[in-house]
Design a protein around this ligand. Sequence first.
Ligand code: SAM
Ligand code: SF4
Length: 340
Amino acid sequence: MQASSSAAAPLTDPFGRTVSYLRVSVTDRCDLRCVYCMAEDMTFLPKKDILTLEEIDRLCGAFIALGTDKIRLTGGEPLVRKGVMTLVQTLGARIGAGGLRELTVTTNGTQLTKMAGELYAAGVRRINVSMDTLDPATFAAVTRWGKLEQTMDGIFAAKAAGLAVKINAVALKGVNEDEFDRMVAWCGEHGFDLCLIETMPMGEIGEDRTDQYLPLSLVRSRLRQSWTLEESDYRTGGPARYVTVKETGRRIGFITPMTHNFCESCNRVRLTCTGTLYMCLGQDDAAEFRSLLRDPSVDEAGLAQAIRDAIARKPKGHDFVIDRRRNRPAVARHMSLTGG
Ligand code: SAM
Ligand code: SF4
């Protein structure tokens, strides 16, 4: 009903950045326990604290009415949430003129053999699949509970369904650091882009972060010894900086929150599965939407105003540091709550 407000005033933050991209964590749960993301004995949130799929859809609709044209579903593992495909379908129905330009998903791939076709049918065209290694034993060690074969089967099911796949890999010192040449070649062979991610200090995970941190500047200079990396001005509005690998024609993105500041072009905000909107991945300031969504006196106009008020508080940037002295994360919440 509020469609008129979208044409009138897009969501713009105090630094002139237009916010058009919403990342939505649909669950904090996951069927894996990646070492950089979760402790093995995670306690998950009670169901009553989690937004229903209808509440998520309503809030997404309010963002879309204010000009949001890209939504990414993430988690936790978004595809293990019961009934998630109904949300994908209702959001998919919002793709088109005046609505969403793109609906995407970030997944660990375990459910893709079952769900890739349905994702495509709902309007999803690109997905990110996290796979940090091509080695089955390393994969089992990094994900604790995962099987490489299951994720690989998922990736190929996605490709067969017509989805463009980007592989996400977190760079981990002493774990997968000698594998990137092979991964670049493998992605080239199968037609996937690759995104390398530096570890971010988010949430207590029961391990020493400084042991895992591998600067991508180092990875990049090592890759240059085997590949011709051509600078690219390709941008997704996100923190990744891209190069094109001349030999394969595929892109490699580098997400470097620790060594490089990507905040100046930030166009995104993040919604947790409990309805908390974080205006910046690296800052604690947040706006609560769950109580508004559950308050019968708050109508669509009220929701729209609350979104505008939140965006007006979007900070200029983040300040990630691995606190070596106290070995504490810079941001206490887990990535699985905010979504990667
Ligand atoms: N479960 C899905 C997956 O693994 O793709 C979606 C959620 S996961 C939190 C999203 C992305 O965040 C993944 O690519 C994951 O590797 C990355 N990630 C998780 N914890 C991280 C951390 N501490 N530092 C950097 N990236 C992290
Ligand atoms: Fe699960 Fe994704 Fe976190 Fe791994 S990175 S534990 S797959 S949410």
